[in-house]
Design a protein. Structure first.
Length: 417
């Protein structure tokens, strides 16, 4: 698969449909590899949460696993975004995914070599989650910055939707696989499957030859220059607030999943079912957007998605049965996809190419970097008060962001354009 990027295709300028993009020799393998990697990520996320809950019965410690995995986003991602704008996204992705593979493989080996899973120290799960998180920080902004160069200019919106679909399918399939495999074959096998998913994507990117015009380092490529850009277009800052709210609204599916499953009388299998329900809703959101985009613009999709996420948290707080919780999670997943696709497409449309790596690094800091804070807060509130209290607080924060990210604000013109 030695190709030179989307620009090598001299075909017609008419944007290709989604089915053509996923069979494109450049975008297609990248998309499929990322899909498998996202399934692996969610296998590890759910299996890690279920294992730590089984070992400690503490929602706070379950939250610390997410904290360990996602806190590197707050520290490393801005620098990683600046590096992506210097023209080396492929190497960054390779380095980041190597770390993710190692983190999952080390955890799998430790658990498989421990005769009794009850003897696995929780700190091992947290340290390996930290390694995976560093990998995300290194490679994440590069993946976002690379995306527009894999397709033609008029296809970016479809590419964004398909890229987010890998996340949605990962959330739908990964938790179910992780929960079932952990309950039947054991946690070690689940973590090994996660490592395989990362490895497949690593090999795919290694074989991919992408366009990458190197840019000379300078003041315009500094991290600070990227942050200063926000002052020239305040709507970009509002969009970043919106994606942060999406991260906060998505956290309960992982951090509070074990606690909620316990309240409803279930175990690891139910944890996987609940998280998969969220992922199934996110998957359905892809098709819902295709229908809704005829009537709503991307600004309206973004706001609608945030409102659905907030409503999902309220519904979960009031859930009295497994079916009710499943429905609430499906609604939340639907909201996640609508909000993410709307916000991300608006960002790609507003931000100049020379800043996209750093702005998408801030996007990752908002979406993924908010997770450690949300996880710690949700875990603490669930332990000190109740799962319902944690969910209500989540709903209030996401709804507040929806008010700020209302369509009239998101539609404001780009300064100077």
């Amino acid at each position: 698969m030695e190709v030179d990027g989307a620009e090598q295709d001299p075909g017609p300028a008419t944007p290709r449909p989604s089915r053509r993009l996923v069979t494109d020799p450049v975008f297609g393998p990248y998309w499929a590899g990322k899909l498998l990697a996202n399934v692996g990520i969610w296998i590890q996320n759910i299996a890690s949460a279920a294992l730590v809950w089984q070992l400690t019965s503490s929602a706070f410690l379950v939250g610390l696993v997410s904290f360990a995995q996602f806190v590197p986003q707050l520290v490393l991602t801005p620098m990683s975004g600046a590096m992506a704008d210097r023209g080396s996204p492929r190497r960054q992705i390779l380095l980041g995914r190597t770390l993710c593979t190692l983190g999952a493989a080390i955890l799998a080996g430790w658990v498989l070599l421990t005769p009794d899973v009850a003897d696995v120290p929780p700190w091992v799960v947290m340290v390996t989650a930290l390694i995976v998180g560093i990998g995300f920080s290194v490679g994440g902004p590069a993946m976002q910055a690379l995306l527009p160069s894999l397709v033609r200019p008029g296809e970016v919106a479809r590419a964004v939707a398909l890229d987010n679909l890998t996340f949605s399918v990962g959330r739908a399939v990964g938790p179910a696989v992780g929960g079932v495999v952990a309950a039947t074959a054991g946690y070690g096998v689940a973590f090994a499957l996660a490592a395989v998913g990362h490895l497949v994507f690593l090999v795919t990117v290694f074989r991919l030859r992408t366009p990458g015009a190197a840019a000379a380092p300078g003041p315009r490529l500094s991290v600070i220059a990227g942050v200063r850009y926000l002052r020239t277009d305040p709507v970009v800052g509002v969009l970043l607030l919106g994606v942060t709210a999406v991260g906060v609204g998505a956290d309960p599916a992982v951090t509070l999943g074990p606690s909620l499953a316990d309240v409803l009388g279930g175990g690891p299998e139910l944890v996987g079912v609940l998280a998969s329900a969220f992922g199934a809703g996110a998957f359905l959101g892809f098709f819902a957007q295709v229908a809704l985009i005829r009537f709503l613009d991307h600004a309206q999709l973004a706001t609608t998605g945030l409102v659905l996420l907030a409503g999902s948290a309220v519904g979960l707080a009031a859930s009295w049965s497994v079916p009710a919780a499943v429905v609430a999670f499906v609604v939340g997943g639907l909201g996640l996809t609508l909000a993410m696709n709307g916000i991300t497409t608006l960002l790609y449309d507003r931000v100049p190419r020379e800043y996209i790596g750093r702005i998408m690094a801030l996007w990752l800091m908002g979406f993924v970097g908010s997770r450690p804070l949300a996880a710690a807060l949700n875990g603490a509130l669930a332990d000190l008060l109740s799962v319902g209290a944690a969910l209500v607080v989540t709903a209030v924060m996401v709804l507040g962001a929806a008010v700020v990210c209302r369509p009239s604000v998101l539609r404001r013109p780009v300064p100077g354009r």
